[in-house]
Design a protein around this ligand. Sequence first.
Ligand code: TYM
Length: 341
Amino acid sequence: PRVVFSGIQPTGVPHLGNYVGALRQWVNLQRDEQPSTKLIYSIVDLHAITVPQKPETLRQRKREVLAALLAIGLDPERCTIFYQSSVPAHSELMWILACTASVGYLSRMTQWKSKLSLASSSTLENKSVGSRLKLGLFSYPVLQAADILVHRATHVPVGHDQQQHLEFARECVTNFNHAYGNHLVHPETIVSPAQRIMSLTEPTSKMSKSHEAQRSRILITDSPQDIRSKIATALTDSTPGISYDPATRPGISNLLEIFSVFDTERRSPAQLAEAYADASPKIFKEAVADALLTGLQGIRDRYLDLSANDSYLDKIEQHGARKAQESAKETMEIVKTAVGL
Ligand code: TYM
């Protein structure tokens, strides 16, 4: 049986990168998969606490993400939507996986290495970097593997930046199965067809929730005026005309990627570059904003409605959590029996 699983951190309303890289696929799978395929989507609050969080803000952000997932068209009857911490089996399986996971592999992962180098460059006194970084951050990928494996997921739709984490999840399966027998399922990655969406103010780094500048990202619930103005001020270059070349023209190429995703004629970035070859940046950016506004139409209004209704959101989540607990139970029984627990 096919099982789709994916997750998103509750870091506030999803941005365009999340939407294009992952969430749009989540919605489309409702249409493209057989009704027998389980679709399981988690708001991963346990992952969020690998960095400091204010309890009230975290609670608020979880609801924001839930409202956004419903606003983009996920159907809580068709899908299982829940908070990771509502299903203790995620953490329980994580511990068991940790006991066969390799520290060497984890320490070579790019996200950890970039945190490590960031921490060492900002160390003021000569205190060891390792003592300030947290164990939870280091073991983040083990929890992510548990998320996927506890539901016996066969397919995981994510953006490009999650590929290494998925690789590691498969490594966890291999390690566990080698030790205890063939019990866990190797998940396949479904990588988004679109490229990574880049920051609007710094188009050589990816669009992210942690970037300081608000103008660097478009939230999927931004007002039409905000979207127009963020696109209008997106950093481009002084080369005349429009052409697609991510290496030399990252700003324009990022806008072409975004345009292509939302283009009703489904033109590729290169085809759009040809169509707008002689356009001014202003005309081109207006066309990008038009396509984007059409593509995101309705999301903002549905979000505003949903986010005003906490008790409805809580009910939806509890319903999802029950389904997810059921789904995780089977794997935990198999795993515990295999390990001798
Ligand atoms: P998160 O919350 O950072 O991102 C959610 C999804 O959005 C994608 N994404 C992007 N895609 C294209 N361009 C961008 N600029 C961009 N930024 C984010 C991500 O690839 C992701 O698919 N570790 C995960 C959450 C997670 C998870 C899981 C995912 C926890 N457990 C199990 C899959 C399966 C994360 O932090 O995603």
